[in-house]
Design a protein around this ligand. Structure first.
Ligand code: ADP
Ligand code: MG
Length: 504
């Protein structure tokens, strides 16, 4: 199927072409005709499957674009509001459909002014209900969209959403999107939608099969070492590291920077401007690692995230699915890696069962593993390397002291030294251990208390660890530039080389 099959208005089709969309995704294929026909829908689809276009295109198709506010899209976070608004602006550009965003932490007066000029409003529930209640905006939209409804519920917005609907006209088309369908969401659907068509993408389609998922088992104190080793081994092009707590985000971001990565943290305690800056840098290739909490990274759409790392597992499968959905976007391949301690086995089992896809258990690569992989990629790099005229003089100088083969060996050893792999050789558990330990964990039932107390204990451990108890190699690593590829990690020079790296 092609987008041209929807018979969209010319100005809309032009925008779809400009966006480079050719084939609709499954959710788009199912939702677009139904919404164009005027039906309410409840659609269940995973993040990264193209929901924005699934509601944006048919709404724009049916909008008059007469300068009034015709559509409202409600989303859980500020970042998502900006992102959805950008995407809708792209589609509505040739129709003159302006978009405006409404979210907390930004000036009221400016937002109100923009709202008055917009055809589509993209809003977070809190600020939107404020504006409606204080009669600061008066609107009567024909289309209301709830995007990521389950997320909004998790964030405690359910009552706000119900109240928002008391301000919406009865004569309207309502569309609801959610990755999961817990009971309260189903109940909400019953009250705010009229005879909706249910669109469910089957389980195998829900979880993005382009994402390779694996987990590694370590002890609590090994998490940092494990993450570093995995970075060394996988050499991710662009990655997000998820932590449960804000203080882990801050600590880990600082630590990664000390190891020579360009990394920054993203969490809810940061100022809006700071958060926007970090996201922009990450999208613009100025950052290679983003360390984030679940809330901060919800719905984040960065196309070329090659790896997602779970520094800790989330407690439940929903956030897990949302986290890994940050990679493998728009048909690309992605890798999702979880670092798991035995205390997290219950969460792991639950996630495995709910997600329904294979999460493969793996063993953290040893120093030898990393070295052989580095060697292979070094060979490739050398083959692709062009000879720089400037080095000729340098070689001539060396030739005064050594013959050519000695020079070659010396240079190769020098590179080898630069690529030293830090940390102890064996980190984490063997496959046999993992299998044994997992077999002893019963899923669900009882033990909830134990889990909780373990959680607390883990939290305490985190603090100790950052106190400098890692021992491993003390200040050595933080000497600056990880050495590995000669401080060449900055994107500017080696972009092509970096891009051509194999992603595993
Ligand atoms: P979701 O809301 O389901 O998480 P998005 O609407 O954010 O997904 O879409 C994810 C990414 O895929 C966006 O960058 C979007 O531009 C892109 N995309 C969506 N639909 C298509 C399509 N049919 N063809 C190519 N890219 C698409
Ligand atoms: Mg979305």
């Amino acid at each position: 199927m092609k987008f041209t099959d929807f018979n969209l208005k010319q100005d809309l089709e032009k925008a779809v072409n400009a966006a480079g969309f050719v084939e609709p995704s499954p959710i788009q294929e199912q939702a677009i005709p139904v919404v164009i026909a005027g039906r309410d829908i409840v659609a269940q689809a995973q993040t990264g499957t193209g929901k924005t276009a699934a509601f944006g295109l048919p709404i724009l198709q049916n909008m008059k674009c007469d300068g009034t506010v015709e559509a409202v899209v409600i989303v859980p976070t500020r970042e998502l509001a900006m992102q959805v608004s950008d995407e809708l602006f792209r589609f509505g550009k040739f129709l003159n459909a302006k978009t405006a965003t409404v979210y907390g932490g930004s000036s009221y007066s400016r937002q109100i002014k923009h709202v008055e000029a917009a055809s589509i409003i993209v809003a977070t529930p809190g600020r939107f209900i404020d504006l409606l209640k204080n009669k600061q905006i008066k609107i009567s939209p024909s289309f209301v969209v709830l995007d990521e409804a389950d997320e909004m519920m998790d964030m405690g917005f359910l009552d706000d959403i119900k109240e928002i609907f008391t301000f919406m006209p009865d004569e309207r088309q309502t569309l609801m999107f959610s990755a999961t369908m817990p009971e309260p969401i189903k109940r909400l659907a019953k009250t705010v939608l009229k005879d909706p068509e249910f669109i469910t993408i089957t389980k195998s389609e829900i979880t993005n099969t382009n994402i390779k998922q694996s987990f590694y088992v370590v002890e609590e104190y090994e998490r940092d070492d494990a993450l570093m080793r995995l970075f060394d081994y996988k050499d991710p092009y662009k990655s997000i590291v998820f932590c449960r707590m804000k203080r882990d985000v801050d600590r880990l971001a600082t630590y990664l920077v000390s190891q020579g990565f360009s990394a920054k943290g993203l969490h809810g305690d940061m100022e809006q401007r700071q958060r926007e800056e970090v996201i922009r840098a990450f999208k613009g290739d100025k950052l290679e690692v983003l360390v984030a909490t679940d809330v901060a990274a919800r719905g984040l759409d960065v196309k070329d995230v090659s790896h997602v790392f779970n520094y800790q597992l989330p407690f439940d499968s929903e956030p897990y699915v949302h986290r890994i959905g940050r990679t493998g976007r728009a048909g690309r391949e992605g890798v999702a890696v979880s670092i798991v301690t035995p205390a997290e086995f219950r969460s792991l089992k639950k996630i495995q069962k709910d997600v329904g896809t294979q999460i493969e258990s793996k063993v953290i690569p040893t120093i030898g593993d990393v070295r052989s992989k580095q060697k292979a990629s070094l060979v490739d790099k050398l083959k692709a390397q062009e000879i720089d005229e400037k080095v000729c003089e340098f070689i001539e100088d060396l030739k005064e002291d050594f013959d050519l083969s000695t020079i070659v060996y010396k240079l190769a050893s020098f590179i080898g030294d630069q690529e030293k792999v830090k940390g102890k050789d064996k980190i984490g558990k063997s496959l046999k251990d993992i299998e044994f330990m997992l077999s002893r964990v019963r899923e669900g039932g009882g033990g909830g208390n134990r889990n909780r107390s373990q959680r607390r204990r883990n939290g305490g451990g985190g603090g100790n660890r950052s106190g400098g108890g890692r021992g491993r190699d003390g200040g050595n690593r933080s000497g600056g530039g990880r050495g590995r590829d000669g401080g060449n990690r900055s994107r500017s020079g080696g972009q092509d080389r970096n891009r051509s790296r194999s992603r595993d």
